[in-house]
Unconditional design. Structure first.
Length: 241
């Protein structure tokens, strides 16, 4: 399938857009990890576009990414992210997907910091058809700039959720993930699908970690299942429930 890629403006925001030539009614909002809109995240967006999905990617650091900035410097920027500001930007992009870009349904997918925001955005915005949260960075105790309680708010998500957790995650404890699982599974509406990978590390989906076999193997098993999940969410003209 032929795709179109570009950097677009949405108000004051910049975003990476990948979509089938001529557009699509099916949309996904992508929320990157610490890489920002680097090569890895653009490749995911392009792959989704090749499957008939319009992918719009949030520019976490407003121009900075692994294309032009070291991971260390990007990590230093994490403390500047505020929950409400980030969610407002993501909502504006979702509005654009469901408005000017012509999508009739849209899900959200995030990795690490973006995985956490995917859960928060879905808790707040009932328009989302589904949620994918790869190794979401839900820290306890929460950093000072994390104003919202991800675990507590996850109970408000009404869409289906797929969450991937690496057993050797040194960022998110087993206890915290168990609490998140309990919260998601307590919902009266919205299925929960959990991927659990023994031995895999935080950020295992990042290709820079695939030199470790257990991470590469986890990703190779996880990604096709995630794509199948997205296909069920974005089939038809309305949100999947």
């Amino acid at each position: 399938m032929s795709i179109e890629t570009s950097t677009v403006r949405v108000g004051d925001l910049s975003a990476y857009l990948a979509r089938p030539a001529g557009g699509s009614e099916r949309g996904m909002l992508l929320l990157p990890m610490i890489t920002g809109i680097g090569e890895q995240v653009r490749a995911w967006a392009d792959e989704l576009a090749g499957r008939g999905i319009t992918a719009l990617t949030w520019d976490v650091f407003h121009g900075a990414s692994t294309d032009n900035t070291s991971r260390e410097d990007l990590g230093a920027k994490l403390g500047e992210l505020r929950d409400e500001t980030a969610l407002a930007e993501q909502t504006a992009l979702l509005d654009h997907l469901l408005g000017d870009l012509g999508c009739t349904s849209a899900g959200v997918m995030g990795w690490c910091l973006g995985g956490r925001f995917a859960l928060l955005l879905a808790a707040r915005d009932q328009r989302l058809s589904g949620v994918v949260a790869y190794h979401p960075t839900v820290r306890e105790p929460a950093p000072p700039n994390h104003d919202l309680d991800t675990v507590a708010l996850s109970t408000q998500i009404t869409a289906p959720v797929l969450v991937a957790y690496p057993e050797a995650d040194t960022v998110v404890s087993h206890e915290t993930f168990a609490r998140l699982q309990t919260a998601l599974q307590s919902r009266p509406r919205g299925a929960t699908f959990t991927q659990h990978f023994p031995g895999a590390e935080h950020g295992f989906s990042d290709s820079s970690r695939h030199g470790t076999a257990v991470n590469a193997d986890a990703y190779a098993l996880s990604w096709p299942q995630t794509l199948a999940f997205l296909d069920t969410l974005t089939f038809g003209s309305g949100p999947a429930r």
